[in-house]
Design a protein. Sequence first.
Length: 91
Amino acid sequence: VWRLGIGFGAVLALIGTLLRAGTLKESEAWLESRKAAGAGSVLCSSGSFRALGYPLLGTMSTYFLYDVVSWGVGSYTSSIFKASSATGTIW
């Protein structure tokens, strides 16, 4: 359930980011300086993808590895915690 909540929040944040990026207007002075420098679109440049992509990839891979290690190997199954159940508590 908590994953659905986080996923839904991430989708809403992505929609908001895309809408904001589509409606963002830059100042004339900034646009003229970009034209003078001969640069293209800032949003779709390889530098912006690299600047955002590497931290995002690191965060996603760290979470994925944690998820695989903690849940994928079955470390939260009830067979491990039998001794701490209501019928046979160890403390």
